[in-house]
Write a protein that binds this ligand. Structure first.
Ligand SMILES: [Zn+2]
Length: 332
């Protein structure tokens, strides 16, 4: 993960008028809703004659989707969508992956994702990687909600910070996916730069061996973005995706990692932003917009609520049953 991947405290100070103090001064994010100006298109959906003081709620967003007023949905997701699959959040005290390295030969938890430390001692990273073996974790209802968006032709692009591959496992096609921090789907030699076969990589990792290049014996690293590394080329799609989006869904991310976090500001100001997370965070907390909808609390509950408002509950249930049945079948 690159230098941008540091917690975006610096960005908060730079961007927030008054920085963190400005954030603290915004009491309306304790639960109250900011006022909203609906666009002409939105007003026509609700038939309110253009009441520009009407607030936007989750139900309104569901109506916009149902009325096909939003058909180019960009989604940003983080670790929070994977915790219901049993993958602990990296940074959760006591339960996160970082905590599990406190007793290993690691100077500080983040070091396992730093190239310098990795080249010095790759074993802690591969110990962690072993836990992420494809198939160890399954997509959950949130991943399948995103799949449903795709199946209905509403998903313009899904930007994920997760490297667990559960979006792919849920059936989101590569063309709709931007794995902003890379994935385990490919691997590269850290010395000669040759692509290494993923099957061989996993065979070594599962056997508790450090995978090495068949050509130069250099350590092979999955194409996960470490601190100090460049983001995948596909991340550049944001330049066209966000300005053309008509709805932004942000799920399960505290928006702490740059430049990913800043994407939340890249949609047009008229575009509704729906933020579902345990707590308010990032620019939606310290620089809110009039069309923001904050749905705070348990993420699965929030997604369930939106699905219900959309009238997709049965359809989603069927999809989950069908897909989890297929995944189980592949294991046999
Ligand atoms: Zn090599």
């Amino acid at each position: 993960m690159a230098q941008w991947a540091r917690p975006a405290i610096r960005a908060l100070r730079l961007w927030g008028p008054g920085g963190e103090l400005a954030w603290a001064r915004r009491p309306r994010f304790a639960g109250a809703r900011p006022p909203t100006c609906l666009s002409a298109g939105v007003a026509s959906v609700f038939g309110n004659g253009g009441d520009r003081t009407q607030e936007l709620f989750l139900q309104d967003v569901a109506e916009l989707i149902r009325a096909k007023a939003c058909q180019r949905v960009v989604v940003m997701v983080g670790a929070g969508i994977s915790t219901p699959s049993g993958i602990p959040d990296f940074r959760s005290p006591g339960t996160g992956f970082y905590s599990s390295f406190q007793h290993c030969d690691v100077p500080y938890p983040e070091a396992i994702f730093e190239l310098t430390f990795f080249l010095h001692n790759p074993r802690p990273f591969f110990t962690w990687a072993k836990k992420m073996y494809p198939g160890n974790y399954r997509p959950n209802v949130i991943h399948y909600f995103l799949r449903l968006l795709q199946d209905k032709g509403l998903l313009l692009r899904l930007y994920t910070q997760n490297i667990d591959g559960l979006e792919r496992a849920a059936g989101i096609p590569d063309s709709r996916l931007v794995e902003a921090h890379g994935s385990f789907a490919s691997a590269t030699c850290t010395v000669c730069g040759r692509a290494a076969p993923v099957e061989g990589f996993w065979a070594e990792v599962m056997g508790d061996r450090v995978p090495r290049c068949a050509v130069c014996t250099g350590v092979v690293k999955p194409d996960i973005v470490f601190f100090g590394e460049a983001l995948p080329q596909r991340f550049l799609l944001h330049v066209v995706d966000f300005p053309s989006a008509d709805l932004l869904l942000i799920l399960g991310t505290s928006l702490q990692v740059e430049p990913f976090a800043s994407l939340s500001e890249a949609v047009r100001s008229s575009v509704p932003r729906v933020f579902m997370n345990q707590e308010a965070a990032g620019s939606l907390a310290w620089r809110p917009r009039s069309r923001d909808v904050l749905q705070l609390g348990e993420l699965v509950d929030s997604v369930d609520k939106l699905v219900e408002l959309l009238g997709w509950t049965e359809e989603l249930k069927d999809l989950v049953q069908r897909e989890t049945g297929q995944l189980s079948g592949r294991d046999r």
